[in-house]
Ligand binder design. Structure first.
Ligand code: G4P
Length: 283
């Protein structure tokens, strides 16, 4: 399957982000915990050069808990501060303030040495579409969302949200474009729903997903669709047919409706109805 995606309109977004990044001390990078590397655009390393960095493993509620821990260790080993969250939960925002201050400790120390006091850390959220940027900003800012008004040098009417006496957040997230030279990365992004469905063949995508699930999470499939034991020894096409049969996905004349079953499997995965699943693990 060929996954093609042309990020033409992202050129504008990239330019806007380059401008915004100049204004901040800290880049808060949101990744999808179910596929942290695939949902990461490594260009941010260049764009956010010389800025403090905080990695948020978002949608951690949908990802395998053991894999979340492994990814946390992976990014910490690379020197990043990492927090796992379900961005929809206000309670998950509690550790963020401390993580921001920890990620910015060098800058805070530098300010202190220069005698600069009470200058809040300025941060912005970045990530690919659908990773949960808006949800994160809404939960984190919450009702404390006191906008501090336009400031000179802030483009496009951006505003700073004062989160505490120590932290200000840019209210507009930076949109990173999904990046995949490797086709497997494109397929994982499609599974997550970060690339529009209409440019993909849903049947094939569901079979790739079923292939991955039957190898790594057979129990999840068994539980959700009550698949018989013998279905697992077969290929993904047979599993999809079995799902269609079991779920009564039928066309006129009682023919199996593979398209309907394929969409159902993908949707079940995206919404977490198949349980907590991670598509890729650190090496
Ligand atoms: P974006 O700004 O990065 O494009 O993403 P956005 O916040 O719009 O979130 C995309 C979808 O992901 C939303 O669902 C949102 O509710 C969901 N989401 C965000 N963070 C999390 C998380 O940590 N866990 C889970 N399970 N879901 C999360 P939606 O169906 O598109 O919208 P809605 O029906 O929730 O309004």
């Amino acid at each position: 399957m060929q996954v093609q995606w042309y990020p033409g309109h992202m050129t504008k977004a990239r330019r806007a982000m380059q401008e915004d990044i100049k204004l901040v001390d800290l880049v808060i990078e949101l990744l999808d915990a179910r596929a942290p590397l695939s949902s990461r655009n490594p260009d941010i390393d260049e764009l956010g050069r010389q800025k403090a960095r905080l990695i948020i493993l978002n949608k951690a509620d949908l990802a395998d808990a053991r894999a979340n821990k492994a990814w946390e260790i992976y990014f910490e080993d690379k020197g990043c501060t990492v927090v796992q969250v379900d961005a929809r939960r206000r309670a998950d925002m509690k550790p963020i303030q401390a993580a921001i201050l920890s990620a910015c400790r060098e800058k805070i120390e530098r300010d202190r040495r220069r005698g600069i006091k009470n200058r809040p850390v300025r941060a912005m959220v970045v990530g690919i579409p659908n990773v949960g940027k808006s949800t994160f900003i809404n939960s984190y800012a919450g009702r404390a969302c006191a906008k501090t008004g336009n400031r000179p040098g802030v483009t496009r009417g951006n505003q700073w949200i004062r989160l505490s006496k120590d932290v200000e957040l840019l209210d507009t997230p930076g949109i990173l474009w999904p990046k995949f030279e490797d086709q497997e990365v494109g397929i994982r992004l499609a599974m997550l729903g970060s690339i529009k469905d209409d440019i993909l063949n849903t049947d094939e995508l569901s079979m790739r997903l079923l292939d991955c699930l039957s190898a790594r999470y057979p129990e999840a499939l068994k539980e959700r669709y009550q698949l018989p034991e013998e279905a697992y020894g077969k290929g993904p096409a047979e599993i999809l047919a079995e799902v269609a049969r079991l779920r009564n996905c039928l066309l006129k004349g009682s023919e199996l409706d593979y398209g309907k079953a394929a969409r159902m499997v993908i949707e079940d995965f995206r919404c977490g109805r198949l349980g907590r699943i991670t598509l890729e693990l650190p090496d």
